[in-house]
Design a protein around this ligand. Sequence first.
Ligand code: GDP
Ligand code: MG
Length: 389
Amino acid sequence: PKTAYVRTKPHLNIGTMGHVDHGKTTLTAAITKVLSDRGAGGAYTPFDRIDRAPEEARRGITINIAHVEYETDTRHYAHVDMPGHADYVKNMVTGAAQLDGAILVVSALDGVMPQTAEHVLLARQVGVDHIVVALNKADAGDDELTDLVELEVRELLTAHGYGGDSAPVVRVSGLRALEGDPRWTAAVEALLDAVDTYVPMPVRYTDAPFLLPVENVLTISGRGTVVTGAVERGAVRVGDRVEVLGAGITTVVTGLETFGKPMEAAEAGDSVALLLRGVPRDSVRRGHVAAAPGSVTPSRCFRAQVYVLSAREGGRTTPVSTGYRPQFYIRTADVVGEVDLGGAGLAHPGDTVPVTVELGRAVPLEPGLGFAIREGGRTVGAGTVTALL
Ligand code: GDP
Ligand code: MG
């Protein structure tokens, strides 16, 4: 039998973000290596286990493939690392990963690049309040250039309201730490100390009715259908009834696991797999929401405040007008919606505007919920729901 998950330390969700090839995955692997070598909780997760294809990861009740797990002296972390920019937007920017803090990885050789800036902007939009900077590849850069990159990153953070002067910036080498070099192992330890102290324990809404946005659906032969995701709020126990919004099903939770370990109860902030009684595999999809029965009502129409990304941030070069129909990434759902810009009728890249949206199908919505707007595979806007109609 598998060992049960024992909650001995507070649990937080963090993630690496930053431009492609700046070393996010290497650093993620290095963190798990440094901690496992030290004898802290959590196993070493090598690079290719983090960057692997989703299909290969579907063994047993596996939670979201992009998560790794580790423990520092004071905390248990679930850490999300995304292979590509689009995955990042889908999983993290929509709030699906529920990040309590982020490690912004910036190559000391290249400095701030377009995806560095876009991730900081979108992190702000979805309410990630604390960012720790890893100036990676410090083994290969010279000090003067690295000083300039540090200034540039602090300015970027300040420009997005992150207090760039006080944010921890740690010079690391994921690659050398992974090779066991003592100097760079110590640097990764320093980075983890910064995360432990700078990212506060978030307020968890454990008393609210249970809600979990479905990230993945798997079939475990002989056991049934499993949905995975991070608990957004509330708690769920084995034996509880849950409604799957989108699937039109109400059923019973017959099993719960986190990182392959069975658990009796999961609460807000936990990454879990829920085994559901008698649910056909094809009836549940990513984007559905599992919730306490009757606690949420899906809606199609809402008002929102939307920021239209500028061309410099990778957004559109032309304005949008009433009748615009992009994709909305809301929690884990990807839904088409039609935008009404009201009186002005037009919004230019770089503008922040109030809009009314009518979605192609109803999804659970509430004021304060963040979302991303995508078009042709790229992010063109980010917004927050202000009212339901
Ligand atoms: P990601 O796209 O941000 O996940 O980047 P990867 O972790 O895949 O790394 C991209 C490339 O940078 C790889 O060739 C790594 O070996 C290299 N790399 C990553 N970290 C370091 C580092 O600390 N120092 C050096 N010199 N190279 C690194
Ligand atoms: Mg990577």
